[in-house]
Design a protein. Structure first.
Length: 146
């Protein structure tokens, strides 16, 4: 969502600093992952509010992250990257509520129940948003791929 490795590192560091500063306030130690996610998300939102900036639509990459894999087919790597970019482009056009639910489920691997606790909405609403987001992605991507 940020497309800036150094900014991501800063946000992660701030998130863990806040965790250690507030560790005694976390009542359920088993829910630290939810606390971490919520804090990281709030840090990202805060960054965008403070800077009044927008997500980088050009997907610039840090040159340190570029790797050439000889084991995989370069063509397959390119197609996977292109598909990820198409998905992220379409997600960036959707509401933050739809995008959060999709990213938590598909990339975070959270269950519906976990997502409902993280975001603070009903589990049925999570399912509904996820279904609608998937349908929008299918519709948009199938039109692009044709």
């Amino acid at each position: 969502m940020l497309y800036d490795k150094m900014l991501c590192d800063d946000i992660i560091q701030n998130t863990f600093v806040k965790l250690f500063e507030n560790l005694e306030k976390v009542h359920n130690k088993e829910s630290i992952q939810y606390w971490l996610f919520t804090t990281a998300r709030n840090e990202i939102y805060s960054h965008f509010r403070d800077k009044k900036s927008h997500v980088d639509q050009f997907f610039t990459e840090d040159s340190d992250e570029v790797e050439i894999s000889l084991e995989k087919n370069i063509h397959d790597d390119f197609e996977e990257k292109e598909l990820r970019e198409l998905i992220m482009n379409e997600l960036n056009k959707m509401t933050i509520e739809q995008r959060d639910v999709f990213l938590l489920k598909e990339y975070g691997g959270f269950s519906y129940k976990e997502i409902s606790r993280i975001i603070g909405i009903d589990e049925e609403l999570v399912k509904s948003r996820l279904y609608k987001t998937r349908q929008k992605l299918i519709k948009k991507l199938s039109a692009i791929v044709k």
